[in-house]
Design a protein around this ligand. Structure first.
Ligand code: ZN
Length: 198
């Protein structure tokens, strides 16, 4: 389990993993602890994540904290100047500019906690996440349980066939899978597509 470093300098922490891996729960845990420590903090999330509530960061188990919905990463710096801790949830939905924004915040001696999906449903690195993982001081990869075989899961499998990467959904659209079950699922999907074309 991640324990906060006792430093007054800024740094970047990234929490990544598939859907249903507990990323937001871990973000909320860290933010709560920072709050107990009396830190001035602000939480951002992309407007696109309207899963449950516009101004809350909500995990799948309904744990929640107040957050500021923003359209782009450029809105973070002007609002974060007086913060000691900045948390960003669903970071994969922001553009590449988030990487530079996080680096700037850390240079301003701010602790930056970022949570996001490291891979999209095709199994490719997602948005700014690979860049953030590279520049972060601390990286925590959390794992879900494969909903097919019960093994450790690091992939997000999309059960519905269409081409949209940015789609916020729940258990009806996605499931966590291990690499093996993810690959088997993709093969099945490809077969279905071929059948549909006939
Ligand atoms: Zn599996």
């Amino acid at each position: 389990m991640f324990t906060e470093p006792q430093k007054e300098r800024g740094w970047i922490e990234v929490i990544c993993g598939s859907m249903f891996s507990g990323k937001t729960e871990e973000l909320i845990r860290r933010v709560r602890r920072a709050s107990i420590a009396g830190k001035r903090l602000i939480i951002f999330k992309p407007v696109i994540d309207v899963r449950y509530a516009v101004e809350e960061v909500v995990s799948h188990d309904r744990n929640s904290l107040h957050s500021t919905p923003i359209e782009s990463a450029a809105e973070i710096l002007p609002q974060a100047r007086s913060a000691e801790v900045v948390a960003i949830d669903e970071a994969q939905f922001f553009g590449e500019e988030l990487i530079e924004v996080c680096a700037k915040l850390a240079s301003m001696k701010i602790r930056v906690i970022v949570a996001g999906l490291d891979m999209d449903f095709r199994g490719n690195p997602f948005g700014p996440m690979p860049g953030l993982l590279s520049i972060a001081e601390y990286v925590t990869k959390v794992h879900a349980i494969c909903m097919q075989c019960g093994d450790i899961a690091s992939h997000t499998f999309k059960k519905v066939l269409n081409d949209q990467t940015v789609e916020v959904g729940e258990r009806d659209l996605y499931e966590a899978r291990c690499r093996n079950c993810f690959n088997l699922g993709l093969e099945e999907m490809k077969k279905q597509v071929r059948l549909d074309l006939k």
